[in-house]
Write a protein that binds this ligand. Sequence first.
Ligand code: PLP
Length: 297
Amino acid sequence: MSSNQQLQERRQIAVARGVGQATQRYAVRAQNAEIWDADGQRYIDFAGGIGVLNTGHRHPQVMAAIERQLAAFVHSCFQVMPYEPYIALAEKLNASAPIRGPAKSLLVSTGAEAVKNAVKIARAYTQRSGVIAFSGGFHGRTLLGMALTGKVAPYKMGFGPFPAEIYHVRFPHPYHGVSVADTLDDIAHLFKYDIEPTRVAALLIEPVQGEGGFTVAPAELMTALRGICDQYGIVLIADEVQSGFARTGKLFAMEHYAVSADLITVAKSIGGGLPLAGVVGRAEIMDAPAAGGLGGT
Ligand SMILES: Cc1ncc(COP(=O)(O)O)c(C=O)c1O
């Protein structure tokens, strides 16, 4: 029996069935764009985790940064005894994210956590509760992440009830016969039949849907969404957990658009394989939650 098969047998006994599994090849080492399995087979790694390794496996600068940090200290909760690298990264994010006016940042551990914090910040800023998200969108596996995700199987099946006040409209997709006009119609219907726009805190969109099929949000949609958000005081959140960090050729996918988001979530390739995520956004909005309202250990 091969090493991969042996590991698969152990996995079936030891690991919960619900954890998805795309392959039965077990990684033992990786470098740059290549990865080797337990049987010594070499692969070109097009998955990169799931879009987590835009600079490849074990980039020398990432490895050197990890080694430097290991030699200094491994952990200190920023809310208890803060440290400079958090501030330095926030400064870099604020300077590079396509946000109108002064920006501020918050760092967390996972993409789902970043999305949840973006929603918390938008709710605190607007003092409203509604959130509009899109069919096919993926925003994480926590309860709020699942609620925001616009795909039932396999993400939501059997896990409800979900947090209230989340509404989905159709993401434009020629293959599904959905135009930008259809999407805007859906939003108009929502405002007419489900929730008044002045109770909507945020509109959440992936500029490029990952899980939804690598579908780009058309420029005219993003411009229209910006207009709706400006008209009704809704916070526009771009979920760039997957599309960010040069995945689209620019640092942020939002740089391809004529309009900007108010908040941007980041994760995956920002950490080069380490669990790191965050929210960067307009300073005025980011500062809405009271001191102590945001954080994590
Ligand atoms: C667009 C998007 N948002 C959020 C998430 C959740 O990130 P995480 O798995 O780090 O919680 C993902 C993960 O694939 C994602 O693609």
